[in-house]
Each structure stands twice: as structure tokens, then as C-alpha cells.
Design a binder for this molecule. Structure first.
Ligand code: 6AU
Length: 259
């Protein structure tokens, strides 16, 4: 089995996590493997962006804690926009604490992440307790993307850590939607989804260590199933048009990969 050559439609049968299957279906319906990183700090900007790029994305990735004017009613509006455009809400919380603390961070506080985010990110660094904490909360409608590599320069993650993270993902396959990484690490597991950030039209970097590959490279060489694009879209003059362009480029690169 080679995940990279298999159409998304066939991979649904291998999904152990319900959200993965749901996500593949949305991707196929919308012909989109684009996740927007909606890294804006004003609620109005977030809601406008979500509504504008909504038709072109399968996932809206938030850092909900960067909003300067967050109020709990923002969540219902965001949910309504997600339903209108058929995408999933994905909070990039990168949980990385002991199980008990993660349980509190996931369910409590101002953001009550578990009440709205169908998918969250987590680091594997603290071990199984963290995933047990997320799993233990009321649901089988939730998914986790585990970080096995990062896009940033000088990351301390090494090969052994990355491999152990994949093992953890397979051990928790009912909860884990996929892996955040930069390379095709688990080609023999078509039920897991590879989410790859650090994507722009051209390779490059920012001034704080972020590193970008092009759409073609991430999809065809690096094994991405879903590409995360933030500033490539959010800083463009027309985010809707830009998102549509990324969507088409990413989908064509995927079609070429499975040819
Ligand atoms: O396209 P950008 O650089 O504007 O945004 C990239 C987004 C940011 C990061 O928090 C996130 O992707 N990210 C992640 C994720 C998704 O977990 C991991 C990583 O290794 N690199 C990265 O940039 O919202």
C-alpha cells in the first residue's frame, strides 16, 4: 500500500478516526485539500476571512487565543459560517502538557475548545496521558493532528522523536486524524492524513524561522495530503481569489500524484 498513490476516495475505508473520514468526504465534495491558517487578531477580520475563503477550504485553522476582542458568541458565528460553506473548525492549540492540564485546557477556560473544534493539534512530547485526556472527553466526533516535525528552522525534533510520534498516532488511531509533518513519513497507512504547513507559491522563509515550500513540492515530493496556507492568502489583496488559486493548484498537484 502506498498512501501517496491512493485517491482520497479509497482512503476513507482505512480511516479509524471518524473525523478523518468526514474530512476526506469534504475534500472530495469541494475538490479542496486547502487548510487556511486564519492567523488574524480581530474578530471581524476572522469572520470576514472565513466567509470569503469558505468555499475553497476543507479546514479553517485558528489560533483562537490571538484574537484581541474574543467573546464566546464568536464561536456560534464561526460554526454557522463553517456549516454554510462545509468546512471543519480546527484549533491549532498544540497541547503539550500533562494529561490533567490538557483536559482543563481542552474543556475549560474562556475558549472551551472541545465544544466547537472538531480537530485540534497536539505535541507528542508529554506522552500518552495527553491523548487520553482528549479522548476521555465526551466524544467520538473529535480528531487530533499530532506534530511529528515542524516547518521552522532549527527545530529540536529528531528522527527518533518523529518515529515515536507516528507509533503513538497508530496506537491512538481512533482519535488521531493525522500527522503534522514535512516529509512522507507513513506511506503505508492510508487512513492517516498528512497535514503540511510552510506552503506558499514560491519556496522561501520569513524573518522568524518559518520555511516555505511550493505547492508542487509539498504535494508531490513531501507527501502532503492537506496543505496549510496562512500569510500566502491572508496578506494578499484578494484572499478569496488567492484561496481559490491555491485550491486549484493544490488539487491539480494531488491529481498528478495519483496518476
Ligand atoms: O503560512 P504561514 O506561515 O502564515 O502560517 C503557517 C501556520 C501557522 C503555524 O502555527 C502553523 O501553520 N504551523 C504548524 C501547525 C499547523 O501546527 C506546524 C509547523 O510546523 N509550522 C507551522 O507553520 O498558523
Amino acid at each position: 500500500i502506498d498512501r501517496l498513490r491512493m485517491p482520497y476516495s479509497e482512503r476513507i475505508d482505512y480511516c479509524k478516526n471518524k473525523v478523518s473520514a468526514k474530512l476526506f468526504k469534504i475534500m472530495l465534495e469541494k475538490k479542496s485539500n486547502l487548510c487556511i491558517a486564519a492567523d488574524v487578531t480581530a474578530v471581524s477580520e476572522l469572520l470576514d476571512l472565513a466567509d470569503q475563503v469558505g468555499p475553497h477550504i476543507c479546514l479553517l485553522k485558528t489560533h483562537i487565543d490571538i484574537l484581541e476582542d474574543f467573546t464566546p458568541d464568536v464561536i456560534q458565528t464561526l460554526k454557522d459560517i463553517a456549516e454554510k460553506h462545509n468546512f471543519l473548525l480546527f484549533e491549532d492549540r498544540k497541547f503539550a502538557d500533562i494529561g490533567k492540564t490538557v483536559q482543563l485546557q481542552y474543556n475549560k477556560g474562556v475558549y472551551r475548545i472541545s465544544s466547537w473544534a472538531e480537530i485540534v493539534t497536539a505535541h507528542s512530547v508529554t506522552g500518552n496521558g495527553l491523548l487520553d485526556a482528549i479522548k476521555g472527553s465526551d466524544n467520538d466526533t473529535k480528531g487530533v493532528f499530532l506534530l511529528a516535525e515542524t516547518s521552522s528552522a532549527g527545530s529540536l525534533i529528531n528522527g527518533a522523536y518523529t518515529q515515536s510520534t507516528i507509533k503513538m498516532a497508530l496506537q491512538y488511531n481512533e482519535l488521531v486524524t493525522g500527522i503534522v509533518c514535512q516529509n512522507p513519513l507513513f506511506t503505508e497507512h492510508p487512513g492517516l492524513i498528512q497535514l503540511t504547513p510552510g506552503v506558499q507559491l514560491q519556496a522561501g522563509k520569513d524573518n522568524l524561522g518559518q520555511q516555505y515550500n511550493s505547492v508542487e513540492v509539498v504535494m508531490q515530493e513531501k507527501g502532503a495530503d492537506i496543505a496549510v496556507v496562512g500569510r500566502g492568502i491572508t496578506l494578499s489583496t484578494d484572499p478569496a481569489k488567492s484561496a481559490e488559486n491555491y485550491k486549484k493548484l493544490l488539487w491539480n498537484a494531488y491529481l498528478k500524484r495519483i496518476e
